[in-house]
Design a protein around this ligand. Sequence first.
Ligand SMILES: NC(=O)CC[C@H](N)C(=O)O
Length: 371
Amino acid sequence: MKGSLILENGRVFTGEMLGRPERRYGEVVFNTGMTGYQEILTDPSYAGQIVTMTYPLIGNYGVNETDFESRKPWLSGFVTAELCDRPSHHASRETVDAYLRRQGVAALTGVDTRALVRTIRDQGAMKGWIVPGEAMEAEGAVNPKTSGHSLAFPDLPRDWVRQVTVPEAYTAAPTGLFHVVVMDLGAKGHIVDSLAQLGCRVTVVPSFYTFEQIAALEPDGVVLSNGPGDPRDVPEVAREARRVAERWPTFGICLGHQVLGLAFGAKVEKLKFGHRGSNHPVKDLRSGRVWITPQNHGYALTEDDWPGELEVTHRHVNDGTVEGLRHRGLPVFSVQYHPEAHPGPADSFYLFEQFIALMEEGKGVHAIYAG
Ligand SMILES: NC(=O)CC[C@H](N)C(=O)O
């Protein structure tokens, strides 16, 4: 069956409809990773988005039981040039197509993804529909008569974090030297796994938890996780995050980094087409070292009116945007990229160790941790 992606600017890309053959709506973004599609499919940060893969061959190692970042996909659609229907890997359990069909995600394959990505790069991320059937390209705008689809392009919901967070707190790792509370704004499973691997006891709490509820858990440190949407849509999280950061060692990742910045008075902007891929170069401004990092974000903190309490510690090498910060007086730091490295290189795993060192100082013990 044919299917089409209809962009807000009127451009139409036709391909073969796979996954769940139903209409889906979302912000159309692209990811440049060559591998890691299973993590991308299940990373809650992509909630409500239609993700296009720039690497042409996707799905060749199938879907396995270990690469999931959460219990289900949260994205609305998945677009590829070629989606492999005969995966070859000992751990593969099913094809991407079968997985997406089962999970209700619309997919398009056989799409000219280079032309699609050029459109997004030139004109910026925009909204789009995946629809079953062949749509005709209209000039300048989507014309319901010629396309056969009467489509509106409404604003996307602003409560994504509330939709993806856990309904109640749970113990993710029962024993360990340090007790870390992860505020789940849409957390990837590998963040929790990384903390557990380094010997932390981990409790995951919902995004709407207050400072008092977190204090009752007596943490040694708090992680503010990644997550979907615009960080300005969760002011209540920023409010609690500030109180948390003033009390315990705090580590922010991606959305958690943006929220932490907002909490201390920094401003946020939407990037033209975001950073999504497995090899974004980031410079550590103190050491001068460049790390290759996995990224997935559409917003970034800006340096306009940058608060004096915070220091910019990392910058993106390609466009100079803020990629990391630390608080000048508190054991608090954050990065815009993904130290848990799924998918992507493990260059930045040391940041988890840095966080543990801060908790060690906070506890006043010289702890020995595993890993
Ligand atoms: N991965 C993330 O946490 C993404 C943060 C935010 N939703 C953004 O797009 O910028």
